[in-house]
Design a binder for this molecule. Structure first.
Ligand code: AHR
Length: 516
């Protein structure tokens, strides 16, 4: 059996893990909002104020601390005033980005914030720069947050009260556009920066500290980052109403969601691991302009992107989710933990029925995907102190020249930069009070790895328990077998300063270690 050695020193912490790294993204796209989280109050599917009860309960277990909404590309064609007031009087619009379906606006600001509160998440609202106005965004903030909705209050706050919320909706996170280098208006970095400065000038807290997020780079595009920040910091006055800068990275696919060879299994895992390069290079680019690290790096869209499930609309981005997606998710979350001193938020795309979803639904049925279970298993990292983690593990070399030398695979062009090798075991660790928490993956398609965990610094191990999510490389949950891939209890052998375990192939494990 392969062996891996992990060394942890509980004294070697370097940052608090922002819980928002475990954030989600829910867009008006396909069946994410309608037929996903929202079925309406009159539905025969059990619901709380129109939101599916089973989904609320499942999400409470997965603990998303923040949910981004309403897009995505949708955000830059969304006019929030369409989504307030009595539902039956809201305008019907065309969702130009996603299948030109009719958007009823039945889920608007009040509904979305209510949903967030039901699942215990903070709302992150993405504003419209592409087709909106600075005034619209300014008024949206006022509608949500201006405290006085009484007779002497503001008209927008009074409207909020009339819509059911006399108290402020208390929205902290505000995005100034989405993918403004593309679907959000096709701006150059300099032109977007000018718009960002203008819009963000009017995003006011009304007594509350807001968190304002600028649109970051497409994938790992250093040029967007450099040109945006050069303009932001060197153009006449330095502009400071910015707290986060948000990149996107979709690692794509290899094969399809459920049909792939062993080599494609590894290829996608390698593409997922490229998130580390993005974080390293983007944070370095940001450091050049913001050496005190006031601005956090955010990845507010990321995940796998497979061809849609056969028989579903190409515009709805519905895909299955296997143990391979779970390992991509786990590796990515471990990367964020290892960069907890810079990454302050991340939002996997998307919560339900779209792309790398946590939950899939079909009529009354719903299931939690392997990716969803990773979020449940990893929740103990939220708010803990990130620990430097040394992992000595062999590489898996999977490069086959006949695959890498082809140039006809245009859809997989990114593979040309493949190294054809990934670490067998990857992971991250954190500390909360007297509990060490370690999360690890075994990327090998067929072989287990023995893992020895050394605890340094004189700390004594009082006990440990683990959970593992594992399966044959194509394993996934279906509506006929919704619990085929679920976390199982896992044996960890404890000695005073060492632990030993056997990590199954194709697996994600979470280990809680109690220190004396
Ligand atoms: O998540 C799906 C889409 O991917 C989003 O709308 C867009 O921002 C990105 O290109």
């Amino acid at each position: 059996m392969n062996t891996t050695r992990i060394t942890l020193n509980p004294a070697d912490t370097f940052a608090t893990i922002n819980p928002n790294i475990y954030g989600h993204f829910a867009e008006h796209l396909g069946r994410c909002i309608y037929d996903g989280i929202w079925v309406g109050e009159d539905s025969s599917i059990p619901n709380i104020d129109g939101f599916r009860t089973d989904i609320i309960e499942a999400l409470r277990r997965l603990k998303p601390p923040v949910i981004r909404w309403p897009g995505g590309c949708f955000a830059d064609d969304y006019h929030w005033q369409d989504g307030i007031g009595p539902r039956d009087r809201r305008p019907r619009r065309i969702n130009i980005h996603w299948g030109e379906v009719v958007e009823t606006n039945h889920v608007g600001t009040q509904e979305f914030v209510h949903f967030c509160r039901l699942v215990g998440a903070e709302p992150y609202v993405c504003g419209n720069v592409g087709s909106g106005t600075a005034r619209e965004l300014r008024d949206w903030v006022e509608y949500c947050n201006f405290p006085d909705s009484g007779p002497h209050g503001s008209t927008w706050a009074q409207q909020r009260a009339a819509d059911g919320s006399p108290e402020p909706l208390d929205v902290t996170y505000w995005g100034v556009g989405n993918e403004n280098w593309g679907c959000g208006g096709n701006f150059s970095p300099e032109d977007y920066c000018t718009e960002f400065r203008r819009y963000a000038s009017f995003v006011r807290g009304f007594g509350k500290k807001l968190f304002v997020i600028a649109c970051g780079s497409p994938d790992n595009d250093a040029e967007w980052t450099n040109r945006f920040f050069r303009k932001l910091y060197k153009d006449y006055w330095v502009f400071n109403n910015i707290d986060g800068f948000a990149s996107h990275y979709y690692c794509g696919t290899a094969g399809t969601a459920t049909n792939y060879s062993e080599e494609e299994w590894y290829r996608l895992l390698e593409k997922g691991l490229k998130m580390e390069k993005l974080v390293l290079q983007q944070r370095a680019a940001m450091d050049a302009f913001d050496p005190v690290r006031k601005i956090g790096l955010i990845i507010d869209e990321w995940g796998t992107w497979h061809p849609v499930e056969e028989g579903t609309s190409p515009a709805f981005l519905y895909q299955q989710n296997t143990i391979r997606d779970a390992i991509v998710a786990a590796n990515t979350l471990d990367i964020f933990t290892r960069h907890a001193d810079k990454v302050v938020m991340a939002n996997i795309a998307q919560t339900i029925n779209v792309l790398q979803a946590m939950i899939l639904t079909e009529g009354e049925q719903m299931l939690v995907t392997p990716t969803g279970y990773v979020y449940e298993m990893y929740a103990s990292h939220q708010g803990a102190a990130a620990l430097r983690t040394r992992i000595e593990t062999p590489d898996i070399n999977f490069k086959k020249s006949n695959i890498l030398q082809t140039s006809w695979q245009s859809a997989l062009q990114k593979d040309e930069t493949m190294e054809g090798s990934i670490p067998l075991v990857a992971g991250s660790a954190s500390l909360k009070s007297k509990e060490l928490f370690l999360t690890i993956t075994n990327s090998h398609a067929r072989e287990a790895s023995g893992v020895t965990i050394d605890i340094l610094g004189g700390a004594k191990v009082n006990g440990a328990h683990g959970q593992v999510l594992a399966g044959e490389i194509h394993a996934h949950n279906t509506f006929n077998s919704p619990t085929l891939v679920t976390p199982q209890a896992f044996d960890v052998n404890c000695e005073p300063s060492e632990l030993n375990l056997a990590l199954p192939p194709a697996s994600v494990a979470a280990i809680w270690i109690q220190l004396g």
